[in-house]
Write a protein that binds this ligand. Structure first.
Ligand code: MV4
Length: 512
């Protein structure tokens, strides 16, 4: 096992990796920008090195500097987390060339999956089902029309170098194809420096289901079942769960075998994820492979009972996976809500400021993977995801109830967050029925983000008035007995049999 690892990331994932290392008995070195000098990941690591000013282009993304630091402090390996340098093949190669271990797949596997057309060709060669479409960039509008007519409209134009929805255009009619091709090319050129665009049949209203895989250097590859990631907005996932209501044990086995075949074809080692579209008829199609640990990995950890980040480190150190595919059956249900510094009532506008007060949920089946604490400053230099709240319970209904309870326990003061939005989703009948697709959230966004109702505001005012009354009655009597009369208004009964705390809880008012 390694003695020391450099953690090339920040926030919750840096802490997640540090925690894994602590349990493995591995020393950690944090890197940080000037904006993160007092961040929790810096304090929790055994050593920390300043690597540059706040912009990530001058700090967390300067690969050569991070490699230099790793060598200087005597780290043997680098964990890239997600985002930043995690899927840059050149970085994985530079780490290896420096005589260090990149805790992730080989540079060649990152490259093979980096180009969407190359990944499609690799998948097809491995017998993996992909959406009907072509596998090379189209030359011109005439060729695109000819191809589209063989599959039928609607079709989807996609950037060959793409990912994340950039350069994508839905085309519903032949006459719209030429203009859509031009604008997709322009967007692809801007985003990726490559204007190659190809074409697929457009799948309407599918789910986004992904399969976690784990591979070692000795030829063992297992899958760890699926995550349901359909609740997303503008290609940003908001809520993930494991398993998926749409996946039977039989479908899980088939999709899992498909993901393992794709991983083998790419010469994959370490943790990776195959993304699929699952349509309403139960057909699934490989989209792409993410060659990193993902944000939503904890839901898989909870239902499968293993530590994925520890296994990333162990297989990178050369250990063989000690389990077989039959060892993995999902147990219970896990849900993750991404807690972001965005204001749902304001179009998810990023919110900045200092975390003035933080109360974390706890109790049975609750996990908090966070990167913030009271006093943390939330700026605009980095991703708005502050933390992930993850719950595990025996059934989906119990997991939803548990998430609701945990969200009500959570208080974050100082910045706007996505907390109230998540509460609305947990209370939504369609979500509770599992009746969701990749379009669900955007189609329901009004209902899920509408401002608080007037009735609720009045109840909030009533709670506030009771608290003020309590403070006035107890002013100057701080040392008096707890049976002070004012308490009956503030924390006692409302007169309708409910405590004020219960009213506030029912209305989702804590921390508002
Ligand atoms: C699709 C699709 C429908 N049909 N391909 C979005 C980003 C990239 N990873 C692939 N994406 C999609 N490809 C066909 N042929 C719908 C999407 C898509 C999507 C996929 C996964 C998660 C969220 C999504 C949101 C919008 C569109």
């Amino acid at each position: 096992m390694f003695k020391k690892i450099l953690v090339a990331n920040r926030g919750e994932i840096a802490l997640r990796v540090i925690r894994a290392c602590q349990e493995l008995g591995v020393k950690t070195v944090a890197v940080y920008s000037e904006a993160d000098a007092s961040a929790p990941h810096v304090r929790e690591a055994d050593e920390a090195v300043l690597v540059g000013p706040p912009p990530s282009s001058q700090s967390y993304l300067v690969g050569e500097r991070l490699i230099e630091v790793a060598k200087r402090v005597g780290a043997e390996a680098i964990h890239p987390g997600y985002g930043f340098l995690s899927e840059r093949a050149w970085f994985a190669r530079a780490v290896r060339d420096a005589g260090l271990v990149f805790i992730g797949p080989p540079a060649e596997a990152i490259e093979a999956m980096g180009s969407k057309t190359a990944a499609r060709q690799l998948a097809i060669a491995a017998g993996v089902p992909v959406v009907p479409g072509n596998t090379e960039g189209v030359r011109d509008a005439d060729e695109a029309i000819a191809i589209a007519e063989t599959y039928g409209f609607p079709v989807l134009l996609k950037a060959a170098a793409g990912g994340g929805g950039k350069g994508m255009r839905i085309v519903r009619a032949r006459d719209d194809l030429s203009a859509a091709l031009d604008s997709a090319r322009r967007e692809a050129k801007n985003a990726f420096g490559d204007d190659a665009v190809y074409l697929e049949k457009y799948i309407e209203g599918p789910r986004h289901v992904e399969i976690q895989v784990l591979a070692d250097m000795h030829g063992n590859v297992v899958h760890l079942g699926e995550r349901e990631c359909s609740v997303q907005r503008r290609h940003q996932k908001m809520i993930e769960e494991a398993p998926s209501v749409a996946v039977t044990p039989e479908l899980r086995a088939r999709m899992g075998a498909t993901a393992v075949a794709a991983a083998r074809a790419a010469g994959y080692v370490n943790a990776g994820t195959c993304e699929f579209l699952l349509d309403r008829d139960g057909q699934y199609y490989f989209l792409e492979m993410n060659t990193r640990i993902q944000v939503e990995h904890p839901v898989t950890e909870l239902v499968m009972g293993l530590d994925l980040v520890q296994w990333q480190i162990r297989v990178a150190a050369g250990e063989a996976l000690p389990f077989a595919q039959k060892d993995f059956t999902p147990r219970g249900w896990a849900i993750e809500c991404r807690i972001t510094s965005e204001d749902p009532a304001n179009g998810f506008l990023p919110s900045t400021g200092r975390i003035e007060y933080l109360h974390l949920p706890s109790g049975p089946g609750v996990r908090w993977d966070g990167g913030i604490e009271a006093g943390s400053d939330v700026g605009l230099h980095y991703d708005p995801m502050l933390a992930k709240l993850i719950v595990h319970a025996p059934t989906r209904a119990l997991a939803i109830a548990r998430m609701r309870r945990a969200l009500l326990e959570l208080t974050i003061d100082g910045v706007e967050t996505s907390r109230a939005f998540h509460l609305r989703v947990m209370d939504d009948a369609e979500f509770q029925a599992g009746d969701i697709s990749i379009q669900w959230l955007e189609q329901r966004i009004e209902r899920l983000t509408a401002p608080t109702s007037e009735a609720t505001v009045l109840q909030l005012a009533a709670v506030a008035a009771a608290l003020v009354a309590h403070e006035e009655r107890t002013a100057g009597r701080a040392s008096s007995a707890p049976s002070t009369p004012g308490l009956s208004e503030a924390s006692g009964s409302t007169g309708s049999g409910l405590t004020w705390a219960a009213v506030a809880r029912r209305e989702g008012l804590r921390g508002s």
